[in-house]
Design a protein around this ligand. Structure first.
Ligand code: PEP
Length: 268
């Protein structure tokens, strides 16, 4: 697939959807990392060609409140990385959507493959978590994606469609729900699907969203995630139906994350 110059801007403006570039810090980041977020904020505020994208960072919960109090969420918004299905109670070590909202989150990632794998989270659990996020009036970033074995068996579309149907609540809207397509084998590996493969999966996701949510599906954001970096972001974000990125490793350093955000900066 050949990508034309400025195709990213074209893709974003043709769709009429405001893209979202979200950083998932996972279990990384301490007080010293606050300066990285300040650098991102400052660069966005100072940019001549301001990126036409929503920017979000999902830090560890320990940093959420301090970041949300320090930084205007219209410049950089903040999200949680996971939440419990319940609002409160005897669940040692867990955190609820209500608590994350109270700390300053406007969104919460649910169903990340590391949660699905390491914590045996099923589609049904992810569905309940997404519902808990919606119940707080927050945006759920629902992650779906196939494993390497599923891809090799030709099951990508089947797996992604099943996860989508079973993990996204009935009340999903373009405002309260973002889908993140993250091939499991691409996360943290430096491997990425071909642009054709990304286009095919995102097209299938869009079709499924439009069928299930006729009034909303066309406007729901579908992010690509999995080894997005400053070098490949322009091409990946230019693919039709890719409305931004969920970025892991490359979101930890302001300089890298800013280059990814910058693919949505209008050129002179
Ligand atoms: C992620 O974990 O959501 C992710 C996309 O990670 P990375 O960008 O490091 O592959």
């Amino acid at each position: 697939m050949t990508i034309q110059a400025d195709a990213t801007q074209d893709n974003a403006s043709k769709s009429g959807i405001t893209p979202l570039v979200a950083g998932n810090w996972k279990m990384n980041g301490q007080r010293s990392s606050i300066t990285e977020v300040m650098a991102i904020r400052d660069a966005i505020l100072e940019a001549q060609n301001k990126p036409k994208t929503d920017v979000m960072i999902c830090p560890p919960a320990t940093l959420l409140m301090v970041l949300a109090e320090l930084i205007d969420n219209s410049v950089v918004a903040f999200g949680g990385q996971d939440c419990h299905i319940l609002e409160k109670g005897a669940h040692t070590g867990d955190i609820s959507a209500a608590m994350l909202k109270d700390a300053g989150a406007s969104a919460i990632i649910v169903g990340h493959s590391e949660r699905r794998e390491n914590h045996s989270e099923t589609d049904d659990i992810v569905l309940q978590k997404a519902q808990a996020v919606h119940n707080q009036g927050l945006m759920a970033i629902v992650c779906i994606g196939e494993t390497k074995g599923q891809r090799q068996a030709g099951l990508t579309i089947e797996v992604v469609s099943r996860q989508l149907a079973a993990s996204v609540p009935e009340g999903a809207t373009a405002k309260n729900t973002v889908i993140a397509y993250e091939p499991v084998w691409a996360i943290g590996t430096g491997l990425v699907p071909t642009l054709e493969d990304v286009a095919n999966v995102h097209k299938a996701i869009r079709k499924a969203l439009c069928e299930r949510f006729p009034a909303q599906g066309a406007n729901m954001r579908i992010l690509y995630g999995g080894s997005v970096n400053p070098t490949n972001a322009q091409d990946l974000m230019s693919v039709e139906n890719v409305n931004g990125a969920l970025v892991g490793g490359a979101s930890l350093k302001a300089t890298d994350f800013l280059q990814i955000i910058d693919v949505y900066a209008p050129s002179d």
